[in-house]
Design a protein. Structure first.
Length: 566
């Protein structure tokens, strides 16, 4: 008898009912990265708007002014940059309506919960292939780690960037594993479209998947929904201002595209992280291309694709397509922009697709080994992320805290000048300066002097560096700059220098070394002459002031601001 060895077919296999104990243990295993992530979130999240978050306050104000139902609906659908952020605005409105105040931490929580939905989709897809729950541990480790720090602690970004990926992957799951194109897949695609602009990519990708399934009735339903969604999305649409005029060469765009997909490699303790990201990007795109072309070749010769192949093709097409759009439009801002934290969800999700496909396509006997290897890689990436990005997380918290101070106290006394409408919408977050606020407005007597090693201005930024100053802690502690004029005070955060010790890669307590750098825009200051001081905040919130003997003269805010459509 002739025998041939065949690869294990990836199809919709329902495993035998797992025992209650295995389900509980598997669920607890997946929960561990989520709990660590939640603890970090609770430690550093703060209810202060960042950048585009301010547009959500404006939305609530404009919504109250809208007189007719048509005007109110318009406020939800109004363009924001190139996006229709209906989902962000809906969650904002619900939070304000239900709690009486807009709380940005609530927005962050809802946005981060989208990662749970994304993980659940991968768990269900692995279950379809006969995998056990714990085999999704690589996905849990990839999604729930500090590589996500920027989206994690930014209300609008968490709602938009996490949710659109979760909805897209859920849509492709519905199209791949269900027998027909139903209302749920269409509803998920519509929801993604009104969450972020790249949600539009779901429609052409989904159309190709339905064609590959030869579901021609589904093609008609999908085309009808596609036509309506595109028509409504681009109704009154205008090209957003603000993108750089220099878009870079074709080689630059390709380089940026590889960096975008390999951005998750920045977590590893390797000094030349740009090279590491480039190598990983080339590797994952190469593997993705081989798997995808192999599946399409198989379909070309008449072999029906399995649901898992369709799910993989849909998910990676969405991610790779998003990478192309972002790299082609953002490379003019610099290559570093393509590895920024808010884009890392795409690199991490692409890895999740590759690992889960690798596990699902193997025979049941080999799945535990492959799941274990994938878990090892993902664990290292997650582990190192908590030391690699800890300094960025701490700095973001300090930046938000000091920004809140600067727009709250605009006179030379500790009295809030926030307008009544803003006070109606949001409450200021508790901050480290609340308990000892009056001391900021008293010029300390007999203060010691620490002279900056450098103070200079470049491209509209003031940069101050002090090479010898102790590391004071891992949250609100540390050095702050105080810029004091006759009219008001400004407070600016500093970046503590990183330790040169290799121990910092495994021990958060060794993250910082001696000295700090502070950098802030001249445009953040009202015109005037400012004396600089250093405020040292200790572990028990004890304060100490240091004179610097330096002054700076600010010209004030420039007349030409960055163009926005919101």
């Amino acid at each position: 008898m002739e025998s041939k060895t065949q690869p294990f077919p990836v199809k919709d296999i329902r495993p035998a009912a797992a025992s209650g104990l295995s389900l509980v243990v598997g669920g607890l295993v997946l929960l561990v990265p989520i709990l660590v992530y939640a603890w970090m979130f609770s430690r550093y999240a703060i209810n202060i708007p960042k950048y585009d978050d301010h547009a959500l306050k404006l939305f609530l104000l404009e919504l109250e002014k809208a007189g007719t139902l048509r005007d109110k609906v318009y406020e939800f659908f109004k363009q924001h940059n190139e996006h229709r952020i209906v989902y962000d605005r809906l969650i904002t409105w619900l939070d304000y309506t239900l709690t009486g105040k807009l709380n940005y931490v609530h927005l962050m929580v809802v946005g981060n919960l989208s990662l749970v939905l994304l993980l659940a989709v991968f768990v269900r897809a692995l279950h379809r292939a006969g995998g056990l729950i714990w085999m999704a541990l690589p996905v849990s480790l990839l999604l729930f780690n500090l590589s996500q720090w920027e989206n994690m602690y930014w209300g609008m970004a968490a709602l938009q960037n996490f949710t659109v990926v979760a909805l897209a992957v859920a849509t492709f799951y519905e199209l791949a594993f269900k027998n027909r194109v139903g209302w749920r897949a269409i509803a998920l695609a519509v929801a993604a479209t009104i969450t972020s602009g790249n949600g539009l990519m779901i429609w052409p990708v989904g159309l190709v998947l339905i064609f590959l399934r030869q579901d021609y009735a589904g093609v008609l339903r999908w085309l009808a929904a596609l036509a309506i969604s595109f028509r409504l999305y681009f109704l009154g649409y205008g090209n957003p201002p603000g993108n750089p005029t220099d878009q870079g060469s074709v080689l630059d765009k390709f380089h940026g595209w590889m960096l975008f997909h390999g951005a998750s490699a920045e977590a590893f303790p390797i000094q030349n992280f740009m090279l590491t990201c480039l190598v990983l990007g080339i590797l994952v795109i190469g593997i993705t291309a081989v798997i995808s072309l192999s599946a399409l070749w198989q379909r070309f010769w008449g072999t029906k694709l399995t649901p898992w192949q369709l799910f993989f093709l849909g998910g990676v097409a969405f991610i790779v397509g998003t990478g192309l759009i972002v790299s082609f439009n953002r490379v003019g801002f610099g290559m570093g922009t393509l590895t920024t934290s808010r884009y890392k969800i795409y690199s991490l999700t692409l890895l999740a697709f590759l690992f889960t496909y690798w596990i699902a396509q193997s025979s049941p006997s080999r799945r535990p080994l492959k799941a274990g290897l994938a878990t090892g890689f993902s664990f290292l990436m997650a582990f190192f992320s908590y030391t690699t990005y800890l300094d960025e997380t701490i700095y973001l918290r300090k930046y938000l805290s000091t920004s809140q101070f600067n727009w709250t106290y605009t006179q030379n006394r500790p009295v809030s000048t926030i307008d009544p409408l803003t006070r109606k919408l949001i409450d200021n977050a508790p901050a480290f300066y609340d308990a000892t606020l009056p001391s900021l407005y008293r010029i300390p007597n007999n203060t010691a002097t620490i002279r900056p090693d450098t103070l200079f201005k470049v491209d509209g930024d003031y940069v101050t560096r002090v090479d010898s100053f102790p590391a004071l802690g891992l949250r609100d502690e540390g050095a702050y700059l105080v810029a004091r004029s006759a009219r008001r005070i400004y407070l600016f955060p500093s970046r503590q220098n990183l330790s040169g010790s290799r121990r910092r890669w495994i021990n958060p307590g060794s993250t910082f070394g001696s000295g700090f750098t502070a950098q802030f825009l001249e445009a953040e200051l009202d015109a005037g002459t400012y004396a600089l001081q250093i405020l040292a905040v200790g572990p028990a919130n004890e304060w100490r002031f240091y004179a610097t003997g330096r002054q700076l003269i600010a010209a004030g805010k420039p007349a030409n601001q960055i163009k926005k459509n919101w």
